[in-house]
Structure formats: C-alpha cells, structure tokens
Ligand binder design. Sequence first.
Ligand code: C2E
Ligand code: CA
Ligand code: CA
Length: 564
Amino acid sequence: MEEFRKKNELKRRVLVVDDEIINREILRNIISQDYEVYTAEDGEQALAMLSNSHMNFSLCLLDLLMPKMDGFELLERLKENEKLRRIPVIVLTSEKDAEVKAIRMGAADFITKPYIPEVVIARVERIIELSEGQRIISSTERDHLTNLYTKDFFFTYIRQIEEYQSETAIDAVVLNVDHFNLINECYGRKTGEEVLRNTARLIPEVFNDAIEIVCRAEDSVFYIYCKHHDNYEELSAKLQDLLSKQENSPKVRVSLGVYQNVETSVDVETRYDRARTASKQVEGDYTNQIYYYNDELHKKSIYEERLIGDFDESIANKYFKVFYQPKYDISGNEPRLCSAEALIRWNHPELGMISPGEFVPLFERNGLIQKLDRFVWEEAAAQIKTWKETYGKSIPVSVNVSRIDIYDLKLEERLQSLLGNNGLTANELLLEITESAYADDAKRLVEMVNNLRERGFRIEMDDFGSGYSSLNMLASIPVDILKLDMKFVQNMLKDEKSLKLVKLIMDIAGFLNIPVVAEGVEEENQIKLLKEMGCRIIQGYYFSKPVPPEEFVKFIERETERGN
Ligand code: C2E
Ligand code: CA
Ligand code: CA
C-alpha cells in the first residue's frame, strides 16, 4: 500500500478536456497506468482547474470543439497567462486545418481520432519530457517573426514524430526566398518581414496534405518536413504566385532544395544540410527553381566534408604549399622580373594535388579561408625576407586577400606585424582583393582599403571586369593597381568586343594613373598587343606557371645574370 501511494505521488498529472464522456474515458484508460488523470467537460472548467496552482498539471489533452469555452479559446487564454502558458497542450482533433491552427496558437502537438494507444502514450510522454527538459528555452521555441518553430525545436519534434511513424516516406525540403537582401534593400525591412510572414502562412496552405511541420531556419530559409510527393514544380509555382499577389508585395521568387525519400537512418540535421546543399545550387538562378539532392551532390558534399576535416592537419603538417608566379615588366627592350603572386597549393597526402579552385570557394563559405590566408601571408613574408638575404634584392610578392578577411578587425595589425617580424616594408607585400568583394560590402571594404593604404600597403584589384562593377567606380574607389580579368586577355585576339574593352580599360586606367597588370597571358601576340596599349606588367604561362620557391629562384638568378 505504502509502495503504491508513493508511486502514485510521483505520477504526473494530466488533464483531459473533452465534452464527450466516452472520449475522456478512452483517454483515461490509455494513460492512467502512468499518469494521474483528471478530466474536465469544457474550457471553463478546465481553465479553473489549470489555474489552481496546487494541481501543478504537467499536460493538458484538449478537445477543440466543446460547448461554453471551446479549445481554441482555452488555448488563447492559456497563452495570455505567464504561468499557464508553460503547461503544454496536445490537441485532440480529426481535421488537418484545425491542427495547423492549434499548433500556431501554441499547442505543442496533436493527436487524431481514433486514438491509437501507443501513439497517445508516446506523444504524451514526449511532450512532457520536452516541456520539462526545455522549459528554459520554451520562449525561443518559436520564431517571433513568423510564429513558426525554431530550427532546434523543429529537429527535436521530427525525432519525436519518427519514433512511432518511421514507415512513412518523407521528404526534407528547404525553401529559400530568393534575393531577400534585395527585397529588404529596395522595399524596406517592413516589406521584407511581411514577405517572410506571408511565406510562413502560405507554405502550409500550399503544401496542404503533404505537410507535417515547418520552421524558419535562417533569415529567408524555411525547412519543411513533409510526406513524399512529386509535384514540387507545381507547389513552388503556386506559392510564388500567391506570394506575389499579396497586398503591397514585390514579386517574390523562391528556390527549393529537395532531399526526397530520406533515409531515416540519416540524422535529421544532416538531411536538411543535404536539402540545403541542393537548394544552394539554384539559389537566385532564374532558369531553375528546384534542385533534387542526388548522388553527384552527395559525393561532392562528402568530398567537401573530407577537405574540411583534413584542413587542420594539413596546415599543421604543411601539406599546403605556397607557389609563386612571376610578373614581368615589359616596358623595356627585354622583360624584367618585377614581382610575384603567391598562390596556394594543397598537396594532400592521399588525394594528391588539389587545385585552389576546388577548396578556396569552399573555405570561403565556411570561414576557414582566413586561417589559410594567414598561413600564405606568413610564408610569403618569410620568403621575401629569405630572397632578400640570399640575393640582396627585394622581390615584392602579392598575396590574395579573401572577401572574408575584410571582416577581420585585426587585419591591418596582423599584416603590419608580419612586416615587422620579417623586416619588410609595406611596398614589398602587395594585397590582391577580388573585384567582387567590392560589391559585397563596398563601405566596409573602402574603409579597410583606406586604412591599409594609410599604412603604406598597395592594393591590387583582382579580376577587374569579371563582376558587376562598372568602369566609373574606379574613380571613386581607392586602389593602386588593376589586374585585368583573365578572360579579357584570353578573348582579346578572338573577339572584337573584348579587345575594345581592354583598350577602354587601359585608357581609363591611364587617365586615372593606375597601372594595369594583365594576367593569363599565354602568347607572344597578346604581349605585343598589350604593350601597344600601354600595359606594362604581365603575368601568365607565357613566362611561367606558378612554381614552388625552389624553382622560382631560377628566375631571380637569371635576372642577376643579366645584371638587373
Ligand atoms: P587568381 O587570384 O585570379 O589567380 C590567378 C589564377 O590564374 C591562378 O590560378 C593562376 O595559376 C592562373 N593563371 C596564371 N597564369 C595563367 C595563364 O597564363 N593561363 C591560365 N589558364 N591560367 C593562369 P590558381 O593558382 O589555380 O588559383 C585560382 C584562384 O584561387 C585564384 O585566382 C584565387 O582567387 C584563388 N587563390 C589562390 N591562392 C589563394 C590564396 O592564397 N588565398 C586566397 N584567398 N585565394 C587564393
Ligand atoms: Ca590573385
Ligand atoms: Ca585574377
């Protein structure tokens, strides 16, 4: 007896609210083994019981359709009250629409009729566990802007659903509102937020029966957990159409990444990483809107994960090597070695030589590029010092500064101390910044460039002409040297337009007194033409590919022999 009482005391209290006695009793039967069950016949009675702080209910199972005060109203009342809000509510329904509405109103879950005992027990258990374990974060379970779940809660919820529903075929969908930054910029933040709220509201409407749950994972990115289906083209077109038709809404484009028929053994986060990887393939793409996760992408992401995983060890063991490509001054009778560009190479112990084209963009995406660039800068600075000591002259080296480095608040200090540590002047370590970084955040970049120039550093604008920047921006942006994008040089002999553009750029640069470096020069004819147009500095396979430092010294020695 004593034993029984003790057990009973430990049981959590659950309130079942339903106007039909048969339902109350079915539920009582299902859960009374593990819980102390109380019942109420309508919302009013329930509210009184829940408000009694001595009762300390752990959960409320709530029917939606009842006389006096119905379930929706009770939910509303609970939400208004600081204390009552914490009692989790599972709604008892049979209609999809009501579920969605109830969940929006703060219900933690739903159970559909007819009641399957295992499902009821599992959901009750889970929700109590969740509410107790996560009480602290309960206010952050929902995204304030859209009232959808947060990503964390979404993941937890899915795990919970799948505990007793693993046989259903499921798709993981990532939906992105394209060019969201532009919407914000052109129409204002308010409109941007409205677009997100509309999206949150319309996704369940459009996906209708297929949908299970949705969350907002990032600014303009939504994660959808839904039953497997095939008509994503139709759904996204419909959603896009509805979104654009909302009052005062700009035209909205969405892109989707779909990981269909997920393997349920793959953990939830990974599934959405995969769908996200897929969505990124078509983000902002005007011709394609949906990308399905496939084997190729799978291999690619596994390969990329491997590269990321091997990064630290490769830095520590110096599997990364800095190569140097000479730049020649062609203004005199004979070309003269004037400087070099440091270019990174990865000599991976198992994968062999990997080109920066494969890992630089990847490391730019996850920030590792900062560490890599610092490694390159250090190597290059030490190299300049060594050559200076060995040959008694300075070969300035340009290093690449990634768009991510611009946000490093210590960038100037870091570069400055490199100079100090190696006894160099700012003239000897040039900085190449790609043109598209200017477009990312022109203000921040201009500020940084100005600070660096004040310290005496010279800045080369890399890949000039490759992006969106216009010629007239040259006049307003601080830069010391232009590096013409390789494709101009490569097309110059083939098409008239490229040739004309090169001429125009040379003219403007000349007018502004900015020297131009032509890179990617492979043929004698190109050199001749560039020289005629007033270009003095050439980099390209014509002179040499990027080579390891041991090999680069032959260029220095050749100069020395010539008496330069
Ligand atoms: P980039 O800065 O525009 O570098 C020039 C690229 O053109 C180099 O490719 C170089 O090997 C290649 N190149 C030079 N001359 C010729 C030529 O005559 N013909 C052809 N077809 N190509 C030529 P690489 O070394 O594969 O580097 C690719 C890109 O990776 C670089 O473009 C740069 O954006 C990035 N990168 C390389 N090293 C670093 C680094 O240390 N840090 C950062 N952030 N990015 C780097
Ligand atoms: Ca470069
Ligand atoms: Ca370049």
